[in-house]
Design a protein. Sequence first.
Lengths: 118, 92
Amino acid sequence: MNGAVEIPALAAILTAFLLIVGAAITLVGALGLIRLRNFYQRVHAPTLGTTLGTACVSLGSMIYFWALGSRPVLHEVLILLFVTFTTPITLTILVRAAAFRDRTERDDLQAGSSAREG
Amino acid sequence: MSTLLVWSISTAQILLGLAMACSIFRVIRGPRAQDRVVGFDSLYVNAMLLLVAFGIRTGTTLYFEAALMIALLGFVSTVALAKFLLRGEVIE
C-alpha cells in the first residue's frame, strides 16, 4: 500500500462511493442468484453485477488512477467494454441451451408416456 | 492513501467476497447444469471485480492485467460450456 501518495479529497470520496456502490450492487445480484426460484428468473440476477457493478467499480478505479496520475487508464476501459459486450452474448447462448434442454426433456417424457400407453 | 479510501476498499472487498460466496453456493447447489454455469459466470465476474479492488489498493498494473485475462478467459469458457450443454443434448 502506498501511504505516501495523496489524492484530492473529492476524487477520494468519489472513488470510495463508486467502489462501495458497485460492490453492493454486485452483492444484490449474487443474492438474487440464491433467492430466485426458476432458472429463467435466476439468469437475470447476475447481469446486475456484470453491468452496473463493473461500471461503478471500474469508473471508481479510473477516477482514482486519473487523480493519481501514475499510469494511463486503459485497462479499465478495456474491461468495461469487454464485459459489457460479452455478457449478453453468453447469457443468450446459455438460455438458448437451457430452453433446448428443457424442450428435449419434455419431448422425451411425452415420447416415453405415449410409448407406455401404446 | 487516506483512511476513507482504505476503509471503502476493505468494505468493497468484503461485499465482493460475500457475492463470490453466493455464486459458489449456486455452483455447488444448482439443481441442473445450466444453474451451475450461471453461478460460474457470476463467480468469475465477481473475482475480476475483486482483483480490480486489489489493484486500487496496491496501485500496481499487474492486477488489472490479471482482471483483463479473467474477463477474456471467462467469456470463452462460459461460451464453451453453453455450447457443450447444447451439443451434448443433440448427440444424446
